[in-house]
Design a protein around this ligand. Sequence first.
Ligand code: BGC
Length: 447
Amino acid sequence: MAIIEFPKGMKWGAATASYQIEGAVHEDGRGLSIWDTFSHTPGKIINGDNGDVACDSYHRYEEDIDLLKELGVDVYRFSVAWPRIFPNGTGEVSQKGLEYYHRVVDKLIENGIEPMCTLYHWDLPQALQDKGGWANRETISAFVHYAETMFKEFNGKIKYWITLNEPWCISFLSNYIGAHAPGFQDLQLATDISHHLLIAHGKTVKKFIEMEIEGKIGFAPNTTWLEPYSNKQEDIDACHREIGHYVEWFMDPVFKGEYPRFLLDWFEKKGVTLHIQDGDLEEIHQPIDFLGINFYNGYIARYKENEGLFDFEYVEMGYERTDIDWPIFPEGFYKVLTYIHHRYGNVPIYITENGACYNDEPSNGRVRDDKRIKYLQQHLTALSRAIESGVNIKGYCVWSLLDNFEWAEGYSKRFGIIHVDYHTSERTKKDSFYWYKKLIANNWFEM
Ligand code: BGC
């Protein structure tokens, strides 16, 4: 038995995102988002599911915040639906939309929970997509205006802001692989979008600083880790390309004001040229207060000519997998955190998402999700190693508070520490909820 203890002041939290939990998609003047369109397009989502009702958190936010209170979290990471604030992406602001988030934020503060607000967790207003979405530089200005509106409105109430959740998913997963909205398959488009997203991020941070908003701002890229199958240089390089596509591609411009040469060259080889205009890199390269890191899985991989975008293949090592078929690789969590620390210095890091998909159902009112508890124990041990190694970890948010609409997987994949019955919206706390509650109360757990 080992005791895994965390530093004093470590902030514990839970995370969700607007489209995944809110429902009420036609209520109070909310405009359509690309996820409404995508989820209502036949064949895009498993079982034809959509987020029309989701966890109905739009109506049940009080119950959800009571659950957060019972859990004892310091922080709640949620996202704002841009089309609730600007139903058309720009133009007139919706008071009803702002009022809803005021109710949520006020209730959090009343309960002593720090709101951590993500401005963009993928629900782009459809009206902007109709004009080219993130491929159109006008979307950047629309985003900055939306962010400015939120800053002004919530200054002094929300003290933690995240510009973008997982820019890799917004660009490459959604516009090259095509698995997420808007579902395009075009590498040049996806690469341009990744650049525009970074500009939107940088301009928003600049605005935040100029407006002297009280609090801290950062962004939350997703990460993974690929361990080379052998020590051959070609295996090492192949793994580095894939890791770099999540880490260096999005973090070098922010922290260093430049794109990684090895990836620019690789994209050139694939016929893709990044369209950088004068001043773009300066806009992106703004000082951020913290880095959010999302981590779920990792792999062993090796070089394979002409395989995928980066010439590598995964090697099956028999590692256990969660119910979404992702290999469990806590060592990768430690590695990617120390890698980031080494590359970008002592930036404060919040783990903005980490968690596991297991589809356990209630039986006599109890959900015995031991595998999720084990996953969390393993990853939190890796996190503790990273802290011991000097990585500046400030907090951790479990993904997710609730089972919810898991994007292209619909309701078929459950990540919550609270079970949601999608017929009745009833919430049932899982064993992992109680386990996490105890960890939060103690600031340590037994492994
Ligand atoms: C996203 C979440 C998602 C989770 C599990 C992340 O990619 O930010 O919205 O539900 O991972 O797939």
